[in-house]
Write a protein that binds this ligand. Structure first.
Ligand SMILES: [Zn+2]
Length: 478
């Protein structure tokens, strides 16, 4: 090979090496060290394992998308050599946060109609706005915006219910985010499907396409017992039995829903759903604000996951779910933001903070929910509520490598005496530095690596104009 060509090649190799984001952090290859894909070294590791171990100067080793070791920095760096190494000294390493209930494209309706009760908000504003605007293009743009917001806030898994869920799954997989994604089944014509038969055919195809994907868990999402007939609810359950797909739904969100159910079925929504054989261990129920009588025991008996949405429930004045009692009963309870139109953001940090404080003020007892318990709702308990606790929710060997590196010395975080207090009561989404999902770095030092933030913002602004125009053209009627 001519000499000048060789020098060019060497120069190219050097340039390439310098352009790698982790070039400066590449660990030297040690003899005897086992090769892994990624090492995160230094920082406080909040494991959320059964003993709720917190490792002061810790480390995590990742290989093939899974966690292969968690320990002290010395243990991990002594045993493993990382293809890539992230220095997390002075920071906090936590399991990725789990947003248990969203309607992700609804970020495009953020702030469209606020300060209303659920019925008025839904029927006068949201349903008409959806009827005029929801297309596959809308869903994709909204999903990308929601995903960017969630990654920035350290959310690595979310559970969704919307229309065109197949497009949501495509965008989610592309962005490298984990999702339990439910295609909506509802008894009136909606953007993607006009009849129940169409919706069931869509779900069939959707579930077949995504089942077994490393990030996406496809689900069926009958909207609620008050918007889906008994026959269609039974069919959704039968579909879940046949395919193993989870069922995402809303249960007992408002007092009115419970009163109406008692009038119509002589039973609370939970007792009614139990009676028709709908409940089971694959059900994920958002809200459960108004459990009656033995409802909590019914949910426990069936292993139903419950997702608490304190900010959405507060904003729509839906009420306060009796979460401390549900936890005492041994229910699987997670935490969610709900759609951004009723929140109005997708921050799990605010949700944890609100959950802890809401239950204190409701019960007049500051001990009723600790910072650690609130953090559990967004991590390991959230994983249980989604029936994914074997895969995610804690930093443990064998679990998926979903981890988040959080700033530890922002002005509002110091000094730190208790890591859970720091995380729940003081840390904001802006403190999230680096996000790893399934072993892949999707945000590095606050830079999104899988999504184009500028394009996402531009497209959200375009949709804002379209939505405003669509509502002005023919004002929403009651
Ligand atoms: Zn919802």
């Amino acid at each position: 090979m001519p000499k000048h060509l060789l020098s060019i090649l060497i120069l190219c190799a050097m340039l390439l090496n310098f352009s790698l984001p982790d070039a400066s952090a590449q660990a030297p290859r040690k003899r005897g060290g086992s090769q892994v894909d990624l090492l995160v070294l230094g920082g406080t590791v909040v494991t959320m394992n059964q003993g709720r171990e917190v490792i002061a100067e810790g480390g995590v080793a990742v290989k093939a998308g899974k966690i292969v070791a968690v320990g002290t920095r010395a243990e991990i760096s002594g045993k493993y050599v990382g293809h890539q190494t992230i220095n997390a000294a002075g920071r906090i390493i936590i399991p990725g946060l789990i947003n248990g209930h969203t309607h992700v494209p609804m970020v495009l309706f953020r702030g469209l109609a606020d300060d209303l009760d659920l019925q008025e908000w839904l029927t006068k504003y949201i349903f008409p706005a959806e009827a005029k605007n929801v297309t596959e293009e809308f869903v994709r743009a909204g999903t990308r915006l929601g995903l960017a917001e969630m990654i920035r806030g350290g959310t690595t898994t979310y559970c969704d219910m919307y229309y065109f869920e197949d497009a949501i799954a495509e965008e989610t997989a592309k962005a490298g985010v984990r999702g339990v994604l439910g295609e909506t089944v509802i008894d009136f014509p909606v953007a993607d499907n006009k009849t129940n038969a169409e919706a069931m055919a869509y779900v069939e195809k959707f579930v077949k396409r995504w089942q077994g994907h490393e990030l996406i868990v496809p689900a069926i999402a009958p909207h609620a017992a008050y918007t889906v007939s008994e026959e269609h609810l039974r069919a959704a359950r039968a579909f879940s039995d046949r395919t193993g797909a989870p069922i995402v739904t809303h249960i007992s969100e408002t007092k009115r829903e419970v009163d109406d159910s008692i009038k119509a079925h002589g039973a609370s929504p939970i007792a009614y759903l139990d009676r028709i054989g709908f409940l089971g261990e694959r059900v994920i129920a958002a809200h459960v604000v108004w459990p009656q009588g033995t409802d909590a025991q019914i949910l426990k008996k069936h292993g139903v996951g419950v997702v608490h949405n304190p900010q959405s429930n507060m904003k729509l004045a839906a009420g306060v779910a009796p979460v401390p009692q549900m936890l005492k009963e041994g229910l699987k309870v997670g935490l969610g933001t709900d759609g951004a139109a009723s929140n109005n953001d997708l921050s799990m940090w605010e949700e944890m903070d609100s959950a802890a404080k809401l239950h204190k003020v409701m019960s007049n007892d500051p001990k009723v929910m600790s910072a650690q318990e609130a953090f559990e709702l967004a991590t390991i308990r959230g994983a249980e509520a989604l029936h994914l606790e074997k895969e995610i929710g804690s930093l443990e060997v064998g679990k998926r490598a979903d981890l988040v590196i959080v700033e530890g010395d922002s002005l509002n975080q110091i000094p730190s005496y208790n890591v859970y207090s720091d995380l729940v009561y003081a840390t904001k989404a802006a403190a999230v530095q680096t996000v790893i999902i399934n072993g892949r770095v999707v945000m590095r030092d606050r830079r999104l690596l899988t999504l184009n933030e500028r394009a996402i913002k531009a497209s959200a602004r375009v949709f804002r104009e379209r939505i405003v125009k669509s509502l002005a053209a023919s004002p929403a009627k009651e």
